[in-house]
Ligand binder design. Sequence first.
Ligand code: GLY
Ligand code: MN
Ligand code: MN
Length: 455
Amino acid sequence: MFDEAFKALPESPQAISVEIYRERQQRFLSQYDIGDLVIVSSLPVSTRSNDVHYPYRSSSDLLYLVGWSEPNATLMMYHQDEQWVSHLFVQPKDTLKEIWEGRRPGVEGALRGWAIDRADSSDDVYQHLEQLLEQAVRVHVRSGVDSVVDSLVIAAIEKRDRKRQQLGSGPISIEDPSQRIAEMRLRKSDAEIEHMRFAAEVSSKAHELAMAATKDGIHEFQIQSIIEGFFVYGGTSGWAYPSIVGCGENATILHYTVNNAQCNSNEIVLVDAGAEYQGYAADITRSWPISGVFSDAQREVYEVVLEAQEKAIDACRVGNPYNMPHEVARRTLAEGLIRLGVISQSLDEALDPNTGELRRWYMHNTGHWLGLDVHDVGIYKPDGTPRLLEAGMVLTVEPGLYFGAWRPDVDCPERYANIGIRIEDDVLVTEDGPDVLTHSCPKTIADIERIVGSA
Ligand code: GLY
Ligand code: MN
Ligand code: MN
């Protein structure tokens, strides 16, 4: 059932090359000095139940710096013999474990295929760390990721006064390297953009297939299964975040993930679902009528959100403050709701962050950075002022309107009761203007009405 859609996909990009990882590490390390020890650990495996684990995903920072995706890994970077050394500790080869859990590159495999200078077994990580801490002046580590690393670093710092006095050695400070990595991750390279484009293409196609299969009486989980099924069929690792599939009043719940209701022909279904490809996320929302035809009321709301989204996308330009798309979307939504008679305040009153009525129906931001994390890293207001957009940044644009008739805190206009619409695309900022990575996902009323129910 997915084969035609699969054949229409672009070729999946190759893994990011060792040379690119090396260049990244060099740029990262150029911010550090002799005497600095940088530690980046993998995330721990999480238990789902008894001896069943959640599918493993490593820390995005470790993926970014070396692309190592197995658990129990630690990257240490330090200056030795006049050069920087990238030293990775990995799970060693172990035939019995590999029979049960899968093959491992091990120490030799890591040295052959990854951008590192030294590799050792993760069994030896703490012994090496103790030695490296003796020589380090500053330690750069994010606390809370690996508790044993944390305690060794803290112990080394606690000993520092004595050590320093006797030997002149031992670390004197701990810093979190995350912000420096985040600054780099915020600006995507060509290889990263290629990966994100692929995740976006697979996700767009998945939404289109779900639209086509939609019919009266379909369940939310059936729409979810088509979308997530194609994420995997299309060659990604699956969802980048739990899929939101809500019809009727569920479409007005921003992070609804129960996905167990049956959909009626008079309802809108809101689907927020994106795939992950080699660590990189797509994040798409589409909202469509179960019947395949928008009612007048649904169309009115949809048109306002679509206008807001298109104007906000157009604001994703080099030099604009990151929050300009949000301000443009807010203004357009407020104007639309005044036009529809939902808001009786003036435009300025409606936009007031405290007393404006827009907040009743639009209660979230218009977007976020996107990359290895769905809500990707990067400070929005360095030094307290909004960051200006640069070429290579990727952000989502996702305005919406949510008329939850179930809400006790507002009087929902009857005409729009339980209509929830969000439209979300992923936008790459370029010197030539916004480049919508998810452009092939249908979103005009004409396209949606043509596709819904067509399978
Ligand atoms: N999918 C989560 C979000 O749109 O932010
Ligand atoms: Mn989003
Ligand atoms: Mn989303």
